[in-house]
Design a protein around this ligand. Structure first.
Ligand code: 4GP
Length: 835
């Protein structure tokens, strides 16, 4: 950029500078921008500007501001010639952008006034926005929190992903069943910039020809096949209280000619000419709706290569502009693989360096392994990605050859270190010798990266002692590390819970805590302040009232906002054990039914709130949803029960709903079978918003306990070190289910909650088929712990103190801390300080 600028004559530079866009800073300027966008960009007027148009114009006004900062940020980074981080993720679960942009830029109050002047309410405008739901759950939302932290901490960073036309499906609950409806979110998205000038042609299929160059070296040429074009769409990512604005670049696919095949068209074969175009567009059409599950579909592999190849082309192009030697590539570029989905990037970079740039294999491989880091997000075997060798051969013939070579050289080093250990070789080989043979993507990612990390301490220990233990022997323990997940306090406190954020600011000396979350610890000094605790409790109550109204509006069920709100919202999965929760609810219902009316009057009212999507092909998860809804239908209408128990299923759980639900919880459930939930991040969100947790010793629950103190969390259940023995005992010993749980099962099977056959498999999984998720082992301690919750909740003053103490000690779980750890320990990048 320096040289480009210098080459432009002074007067021209002056002309540009004179007209530089500065962006509004006050209400008047904001209104002017909104009106301009309504009247020109949207071609409407005062007379037909509805809330939707007002939302669009407001977003466009902010987008213009961001894009100016975005340009400057890029220019600063290029001029400073610093190392950049590239975060490759197939999922970015961003949620809404407008509220976040207003708050991060610090102009929400300005916008509120302006929108008011123009005749709207800011809350209504915010509600107009459709969530950008390009992710399934934890993994995708983590990527979104990371983008916020990277920008807020001034790191030179880009996110790279796919621009799905359909994000995660919309969930409807019809007659108690989940029904999936497509989520078409791109009608008009004011936050994206189509970059029709930034395109990359991506090759698939074809074959490999080898030739000799003038020095007698063998060169591979990947020829033929099919070309699809990737087009970049950019979304600006504003940092909080900093001008730094980063970029999320999402690739969209289209036919390489851009149009349909004219030859075919002229020959009258209109249909097939259009079909080619549609086939190309299919690549980025839809997000695969699986969480913690791999379903080896060819189109998914195509998506992965398409995205990875386009992103690497872009990264390499940017690097080449610096005119540095290739060996300096890792000094300029760090690439993080968010799970194994982008692992082909390892192979693609090796291909670029060897086949196209002509580097020697070893030199190229050094560059590759110094560039990549790999994050694992799950130990569940069904989620570990593998691709059939035959499919890889067909779709990416050159890449398969390179994978074989990587494997060969890798196994040679293993052989040297562990001579004559055939078992070791088969166990770590990137190619699984199964029928059919498979490429193990996690192994490829480990071999191709310089660091591998898990996402919470227990999880990082587990990967080193179970699924990847042989790799620890081969590479040494230094290659493996832990970075405990975090969440952005901007969205998950300041935006979702503005009143609490203001109260905290008033007690900690301003909004500094939003940039340095450890400052929350100052709250402990105010814990004996009666007025403070009173206001704290009032805020929680107001958040519960808001959710109460939403429940009334959407489900027509009246719940008592003074009841204990017990929440479990996350993807539906057997390992997350929503079934344990609903069995516990049934147990509570039976206990209440068995009481005399006098006894009942003494009980604490509770609302059990569930939400979450099941993967469309995950039958058992859908049965769990069905049971919860059926239980709700019976309990909520039972006159014996009244307010004492309500069971609510919130439809279509997503990021913007989480922003409303999380601040309204008294107790949230994080009750996975020990050793199965890699980290969890909603546990952090709930505690940060002043709710307590009931949970197992799993994932980040363990570190949360360490930080906030075990007197502030309700832990129960089996420990991870005992899980295997219990499973073994279930299968080979005698497995019995205690009488309380049996009563629950009998009630289900008596038809109290609808057709018993619908739930037969769910009951049998626990009673007859080995109870893999240890529901029976943990049931009694779960029930006992819930009783303790009831007792403790009655002492509201002590409960509020526990909540405040917990919030005060949550500083560690900011994604800022987490990103700083990645930057220092894995990426070796520095923030670019903005003056
Ligand atoms: C999730 C894990 O299940 C969750 O525990 C973790 O907090 C999150 O990643 C972020 O690290 N994994 C997935 C997945 O979403 O699909 O593997």
């Amino acid at each position: 950029v320096k040289s480009v600028e210098a080459s432009i004559p002074e007067p021209q530079r002056e002309a540009w500078k004179k007209h530089q866009v500065e962006g509004f800073t006050d209400k008047d300027g904001f209104e002017k921008e909104v009106v301009r966008h309504v009247e020109t960009t949207l071609a409407r007027s005062l007379f037909n500007c509805d809330e939707g148009a007002a939302y669009s114009a407001t977003s466009l006004a902010f987008r213009d501001r961001l894009i100016t900062e975005w340009n400057r940020t890029q220019q600063r980074q290029t001029t400073a010639d610093t190392k950049r981080v590239y975060y490759l993720s197939l999922e970015f679960l961003m949620g809404r952008a407008l509220d976040n942009a207003m708050l991060n830029v610090g102009l929400k109050d300005v916008a509120r006034g302006g929108i008011d002047d123009l005749g709207f309410r800011i809350e209504d405008i915010i509600e107009q926005e459709h969530d950008a739901a390009l992710g399934n759950g934890g993994l995708g939302r983590l990527a979104a929190c990371f983008l916020d932290s990277l920008a807020s901490l001034n790191y030179p960073a880009w996110g790279y992903g796919l621009r799905y036309r359909y994000g995660i499906f919309k969930q409807e609950i019809i007659n108690g069943y989940q029904v999936e409806v497509p989520d078409y979110w791109l009608d008009f998205n004011p936050w994206e910039f189509p970059r029709h000038d930034v395109t990359v042609d991506i090759q698939f299929y074809g074959n490999v020809r080898k030739s000799q160059d003038e020095n007698g070296k063998t060169v591979a040429h990947w020829e033929g096949g099919e070309i699809v074009t990737a087009v970049a769409y950019d979304m600006p990512i504003p940092g909080y209280a900093t001008p730094s604005t980063n970029n999320l670049r999402l690739w969209s696919s289209k036919a390489s000619s851009g149009e349909f095949d004219f030859q075919k068209f002229n020959n009258g074969d209109y249909e097939s000419s259009v079909a080619d175009q549609q086939r190309a567009e299919t690549i980025s059409a839809v997000l695969y709706p699986n969480d913690n599950l791999d379903r080896g579909k060819e189109l998914r592999l195509k998506q992965q290569y398409f995205w990875v190849a386009a992103s690497l082309y872009d990264i390499v192009r940017r690097f080449k502009k610096s005119k540095r030697a290739w060996r300096e590539f890792p000094d300029q570029v760090a690439i993080q693989l968010n799970d194994t989905h982008p692992t082909l990037a390892v192979v693609e970079l090796q291909r670029i360096l060897v086949d196209i740039e002509g580097l020697e294999w070893d030199e190229a491989w050094n560059i590759v392994t110094s560039t990549f880091g790999y994050t694992n997000h799950t130990v569940l075997p069904e989620a570990l990605e593998k691709w059939p060798v035959g499919l890889m051969q067909h779709l990416l013939p050159r890449h398969l050859q390179i994978i074989y070579d990587i494997n060969l050289f890798f196994l040679q080093t293993v052989e040297k270190k562990f001579p004559n250990d055939r078992e070791m070789l088969t166990s770590v080989s990137i190619i699984e010798e199964s029928q059919p043979k498979m490429v193990r993507m996690a192994y490829l990612a480990i071999v191709g990266s310089h660091k591998v990390n898990g996402v919470a301490e227990l999880h990082s220990d587990l990967i080193q002692t179970t699924i990847f233990k042989d790799f620890v022997k081969i590479f040494g323990a230094d290659k493996f590390t832990n970075v405990t997940n975090g969440i952005t306090p901007r969205r998950w406190l300041h935006q979702a819970n503005p009143r609490l954020s203001e109260l905290i600011a008033s007690k900690t000396g301003g909004h500094e805590f939003l940039k340095d979350l450890t400052q929350l610890n100052k709250l402990e000094l105010s814990i004996d302040d009666d007025a403070f605790r009173k206001e704290w409790a009032e805020i929680k109550y107001a958040n519960k009232v808001r959710l109460t109204k939403y429940i009334k509006k959407t489900l027509d069920v009246t719940v008592n906002p003074a009841a204990l709100f017990d929440v479990q919202v996350k993807r539906i999965h057997e390992y997350k054990r929503q079934q344990l929760n609903i069995f516990g609810v049934i147990h509570r219902y039976l206990a209440l039914k068995a009481m005399s009316p006098e006894e009942r009057k003494k009980q604490l009212p509770r609302v059990s709130i569930f939400g979450g999507k099941a993967a469309p092909g995950y039958w058992m998860a859908k049965q769990i949803i069905h049971l919860i809804n059926n239980v709700g239908a019976v309990v909520n209408k039972d006159p014996d029960i009244g307010d004492l128990l309500k069971v609510i299923y919130l439809e279509d759980y997503n990021v913007s709903k989480a922003e409303m639900i999380v601040p309204a919880s008294d107790l949230s459930e994080h009750i996975s079978t020990a050793g199965t939930e890699a980290s969890g991040t909603s546990n952090m969100k709930f505690v940060l918003n002043g709710g307590l947790i009931i949970g197992t010793c799993d994932g980040a629950n363990i570190e949360i306990t360490r930080e906030i103190g075990q007197e502030n969390i309700f832990l129960f259940g089996t420990l991870s070190e005992d899980v295997e023995d219990l499973r073994h005992a279930h299968t080979y010993g005698s497995h019995t289910v205690d009488s309380d749980l049996n009563k629950v099962f009998d009630t289900i099977q008596s038809g109290t909650f609808g057709e018993p056959n619908d739930f037969g498999a769910m009951v049998a999984a626990v009673r007859d088929h080995g109870d893999f998720y240890l529901v029976s082992d943990d049931f009694q301690s779960y029930i006992d712990t819930q009783k303790m919750v009831d007792t403790e909740y009655r002492n509201q003053d002590e409960w509020v103190r526990k909540c405040i103490r917990s919030v005060a000690r949550m500083g560690f779980f900011s994604s800022d801390r987490c990103i700083n750890e990645y930057a220092e320990g894995i990426w070796n990048v520095e923030p670019l300080v903005v003056k």
